[in-house]
Design a protein around this ligand. Structure first.
Ligand code: GLU
Ligand code: MG
Length: 262
């Protein structure tokens, strides 16, 4: 069981409570008839300490040159991943997929999108559950943006859509252009996210370690997949925004951000 609370002081909503901040932002959108929905994608590491105190993948056999979507390593952590999936499902979350990411010991779990507040609540629950279940198996769960200097880091990408009963960012007539079919409103939304990218880093990638993730270049697997350019495109993982039919993926955030503020 868990209880998610809103901060109050003397019976008044507490200004600095991140959940109240998101309540206020959602209310401002509602004045225009809009609902914001997000699908938040946690990437994370399962680690252990080596004899010399260094951090290593919890799974010794996880060492492919290019480990992205490594199907052979996945079953070795299936005990943890399956237990995590069952736990989240029991808490009402719809777990859609589990995969191995592009660093040794790195994984991603995806669950269904929902209203912005609900998605932020779910990410917090995900972190608590994953920490506890990994610890019980003698592993360290980490969503640190860049735990290992020579490997890709972990993002917390937000898939963002705006609704007014139905999707507002979808424009089927745009389907033949180089962009994904995203409406004029969607392009304006993306333009704002790009224009404010430097300031948004303070909220969405707020730690020194965050900036170690936001680089292009070599890693053990050959790339970082990190959003290091203030740009948008339908498939380029180094761009800050990826456009998809009726939504966009904001790739800037990492898990050192407060998901309510992000
Ligand atoms: N791990 C990459 C990041 O730091 C993203 C990989 C992906 O595109 O899923 O954002
Ligand atoms: Mg990923």
């Amino acid at each position: 069981a868990r209880i998610v609370g809103n901060g109050y002081v003397d019976g008044q909503p507490f200004d600095a409570c991140p959940r109240q901040v998101l309540h206020r932002a959602v209310a401002r959108l509602a004045e225009r008839g809009w609902q914001l929905r997000t699908g938040i994608e946690p990437e994370f590491f399962l680690l252990k300490r080596g004899a010399a105190g260094q951090w290593l993948p919890a799974d010794d056999a996880d060492r492919l040159d290019k480990p992205s979507y490594d199907l052979k390593s996945l079953p070795r952590q299936m005990g943890f991943l399956h237990e995590l999936q069952q736990t989240l499902t029991a808490c009402g979350m719809d777990v859609l997929q589990l995969d191995h990411e592009d660093a040794h010991g790195q994984y991603e779990v995806n669950f269904a999108y929902g209203d912005a507040l609900l998605s932020a609540d779910r990410v917090m629950l995900f972190k608590l559950a994953a920490h506890a279940l990994a610890e019980a198996r003698g592993m360290v769960f980490s969503m640190m943006p860049k735990p290992l200097a020579n490997q890709p880091g972990s993002g917390l990408h937000f898939h963002v859509s705006l609704w007014r009963g139905e999707r507002c960012l979808f424009d089927p007539s745009d389907g033949d252009t180089a962009l994904s079919p995203i409406s004029e409103l969607g392009r304006q939304f993306v333009a704002g996210v790009l224009a404010h990218a430097p300031a948004l880093c303070a909220l969405a990638a707020p730690t020194v370690n965050s900036y170690k993730r936001l680089t292009v270049g070599e890693s053990l697997s050959g790339t970082t997949w990190a959003p290091a350019y203030v740009a948008h495109g339908p498939n380029n993982r180094t761009a800050l925004v990826r456009t998809l039919p009726g939504r966009f993926e904001w790739r800037l955030p990492d898990a050192s951000a407060n998901p309510y503020l992000a």
